[in-house]
Design a protein. Structure first.
Lengths: 229, 136
């Protein structure tokens, strides 16, 4: 590891991902990074497979959701004195090669977040039209509500410095966490950059991904969260 | 008169509920207080309820009071929903603490990663590499 980052950790939130999580963890380990997999109360052997592949496994006793699992992984990594944290999807659509690019971005002075974007250079394979429309609507909503000039709102590939991670406290347990992170980045006034990343959609990852109806649930979650302390 | 007293007692209870809700969900406390106070006013000054009902096209003052009661019920339901979310927040924090503690304990039990030792000819390795064993 060069530069000021000495102890990066990769956080993978996984729920019933036994068929793919082993290869995902192996890829990250081969790239030379410590990885913590948060097994979010899976009913299959996700945790065991991740452990065998070389990850540290933190197991939620019950299923809480991806946002809760990511926050657990971030908390664990910070306890291990991580100075940089990368969030990475468990369904195999991300490439471990992107981790180095994200970490290089937050090594720049004053940058605390690097957000992966699949739309910066059109770096996206097999993105269905319905998914593209859904992401465009989410992008419009997030730009309007946060004021952040971003190009991709729901990308699971992100890197943050320890200072950035301390500024994040996810309370949206489920899918709305992606918007919540951006709101908290905007509130923290810490600087971010976007990094082009490639997303490889497969039949498996599309089957696990968000649906149009999830957009309504996310909107309700974000609205309800504003009503209480 | 009996109905007025009964409604007054119920609306006073709603006011107490609104005050307690105000601490955790301020918007619900405010709206429920407003609706309960409006209800109290119309219960005792019914001719104003009738006049307001006619103005907004409801018809009768008693219908207006029923509608206000429906609004209060919906606000209480929303408050219960938000309370459930708060409970989920607490459960999440608890589950997270348990998960992280267990992971740390598991790593402590394993100890620091062992250095690979050269196996001497004619002698078995003392223990298999523990980091490759999954818990059953």
């Amino acid at each position: 590891m060069t530069g000021r980052i000495r102890n990066p950790w990769v956080v993978v939130a996984a729920y019933n991902e036994a068929p793919v999580v082993g290869s995902v963890v192996s890829g990250i380990r081969r790239a030379g990074y410590a990885v913590v997999v948060v097994d979010d109360g899976s009913g299959d052997r996700t945790g065991d497979v991740a452990l065998l592949a070389g990850a540290v496994v933190v197991r939620h006793p019950i299923n809480l959701g991806q946002g809760a699992a990511l926050q657990t992984g971030i908390d664990y990594a910070l306890e291990q004195r991580a100075d940089a944290i990368v969030t990475f999807d468990a369904d195999g659509q991300h490439s471990p090669a992107a981790i180095a690019a994200l970490l290089a971005a937050i090594e720049q002075p004053g940058i605390d977040f690097a957000l992966g974007s699949r739309f910066l250079i059109g770096a996206t394979a097999n993105l269905p039209v319905a998914r593209r429309i859904l992401l465009s609507a989410a992008l419009w909503f997030t730009r309007a509500s946060t004021g952040l000039p971003i190009t991709d709102t729901h990308n699971g590939l992100r890197a943050m410095t320890a200072r950035g991670a301390h500024a994040i406290s996810l309370r949206q347990n489920r899918m709305a966490h992606a918007s919540e992170i951006l709101h908290q980045i905007a509130q923290s006034r810490l600087r971010f950059v976007e990094v082009p990343v490639n997303i490889e959609y497969s039949v498996y990852s599309l089957g696990k991904g968000q649906r149009i109806t999830d957009a309504l649930t996310i909107s309700i979650d974000l609205f309800a969260r504003r009503l209480y302390r | 008169m009996i109905a007025q007293l009964l409604l007054t007692a119920l609306l006073m209870l709603v006011l107490v509920y609104a005050w307690s809700a105000h601490r955790t969900v301020p918007i619900i406390g405010l709206l429920a207080s407003g609706a309960a106070l409006a209800g109290l006013y119309f219960v005792w000054v019914q001719e104003h309820a009738t006049a307001l009902a006619a103005l907004v096209g409801i018809g009768r003052g008693s219908d207006l009071i029923v509608y206000i009661w429906v609004v209060i019920s919906l606000l209480i339901m929303l408050n219960l929903h938000l309370k459930l979310r708060l409970q989920l927040d607490m459960i999440t924090r608890l589950a997270r603490a348990v998960a992280i503690d267990r992971a740390k304990e598991s790593r402590r039990e394993k100890g620091p990663p062992r250095k690979r030792r050269a196996v001497m000819l004619g002698r078995k390795a003392e223990a298999p590499p523990i980091e490759l064993r999954a818990k059953k």
